[in-house]
Write a new protein. Structure first.
Length: 435
């Protein structure tokens, strides 16, 4: 089905055509027309299949009638991450260039004042993360009893991140008569429960089987043998450099996923030290910096991005030719979302996982989930590299951990005297004593 066949506002149809969209994806074809008719939707589709358009086009079309009021939005989209919320916000702006509709982005890491000002003037649609939405509700900056359309995007990610109590609290402020749409990359019993809770007689659409991987993604794993975790971490970094050099001519953009935020920083600094053009992104960075990093990555400002799972869901990043799992994900389904960053829009992609011996069980769980065994490679570190890493670890062991252990600091400083007043148990008199 083509977008031109939809019965929507002419200005919206013009904006869709100007964006270069002609044919619908399966999830769009199955849901947009029904959503325009006012039907509740439960949509299951893997990342990169066009779910954003599947809920924004019906919402924009429905909001063409009526006016907005101060602090009373007419539609609400809840999204688990700031980056995905910003992406939806920008897509809404592209589709409403010729339509008199306004939006506000409510995410953490940004100042409240501008958000409050926009809410006071009145907006048609709020695009928000659950935490910041709760903050504005508690400050009484917004009222949700005028909500006509509610969208929960990446619902499975919200479950994983523990956002559901906040989401349920927010939904309580919306009217029962609203139209609701819930989209998720996977279907499991908890998602089904949410569908029964938030949706009214929904149309259930599942356009791809659970835990499927695009056939255009080439997958393999490098097994790292090391005696302990410290050695494994060093060997994995050396293996990462080997992989990057081996695939250098093929890599357009690559995302390197780590399980822990501290590992993201270490990997990025290590690659920088070895002359690789790499930046980092994770949840502890402030929002302006995260936005700047993503914009430069999209525009080709640098080639490698070390990231936590904050970058694994829903982000539209063009030209990502390779995804490298520096750590095997603890949750096997995160593997699906990570490698979904490559092989998009019919392009080929490559996924490489670096696995320590201690992670073999997690790798097995991934293979069981995708019902396929990854091609496994082994790469032995050169003797010179092993010697260098051993020498570095020994130097770190000898490094003093505290100032008092360094030369010139061997004398223990006297503990400073402190005085405090204490009441006698027998009366109101006080006595002084050293603490």
């Amino acid at each position: 089905m083509k977008f031109s066949e939809l019965e929507i506002a002419p200005a919206l149809a013009s904006a869709i055509a100007a964006s270069g969209y002609t044919d619908m994806t399966p999830i769009q074809e199955a849901t947009i027309d029904k959503a325009i008719q006012g039907r509740d939707i439960l949509g299951i589709a893997r990342t990169g299949t066009g779910k954003t358009a599947a809920f924004l086009i019906p919402a924009i079309n429905a909001l063409q009638y009526g006016t907005t009021k101060a602090r009373m939005p007419r539609a609400l989209v809840l999204i688990p991450t700031r980056e995905l919320a910003l992406q939806v916000y920008e897509y809404f702006d592209r589709l409403t260039k010729e339509i008199n509709q306004t939006s506000v982005l409510l995410v953490g890491g940004t100042r409240y004042q501008e958000q409050e000002s926009n809410l006071q003037r009145g907006v048609d649609i709020i695009i928000a993360t659950p935490g910041r939405m709760i903050d504005h509700l508690e400050r009484q900056n917004v009222m949700l009893h005028g909500i006509r359309i509610l969208v929960l995007d990446e619902a499975d990610r919200m479950l994983e991140e523990g956002f559901m109590p906040q989401v349920e609290k927010i939904v309580q402020f919306t009217p029962f008569t609203r139209q609701s749409m819930l989209f998720s990359a996977t279907m499991d019993p908890e998602i089904e429960r949410l569908g029964r809770t938030f949706l009214h007689n929904p149309l259930v659409v599942e356009v791809s089987p659970r835990a499927t991987v695009s056939a255009k993604i080439e997958q393999c794993a490098y097994i790292v043998g090391a005696k302990n975790l410290a050695e494994a971490f060093d060997h994995k970094r050396a293996t990462l450099r080997h992989v990057l050099k081996k695939h250098d001519s093929e890599i357009t953009n690559a995302i390197i996923f780590c399980n822990r935020k501290i590992h993201v920083d270490i990997v990025q600094k290590s690659l920088k030290f070895h002359k690789f053009n790499c930046e980092a992104i994770h949840g502890d960075m402030n929002q302006p910096l995260r936005t700047s990093v993503m914009e430069r990555f999209r525009s080709g400002g640098f080639k490698l991005l070390a990231a936590s799972d904050v970058a694994s869901r829903g982000l539209d990043i063009p030209r990502v030719s390779h995804v490298i799992n520096f750590d095997v994900p603890v949750n096997p389904e995160d593997y699906i979302h990570r490698i979904g960053r490559t092989g998009r829009a019919g392009n080929k992609g490559v996924s490489i996982t670096i696995c320590a011996k201690s992670e073999l069980q997690a790798l097995g769980a991934v293979e069981k989930l995708i019902d396929s065994e990854l091609e496994r490679h082994t790469w032995e570190l050169p003797p010179a590299e092993i010697k260098r890493l051993d020498k570095r670890r020994q130097a770190l062991k000898r490094r003093p951990r505290h100032k008092s252990a360094r030369p010139g600091h061997h004398k223990k400083r006297p503990y400073p005297k402190r005085r405090r007043r204490a009441k006698r148990a027998s009366g109101g008199q006080h006595q002084s004593r050293q603490g």
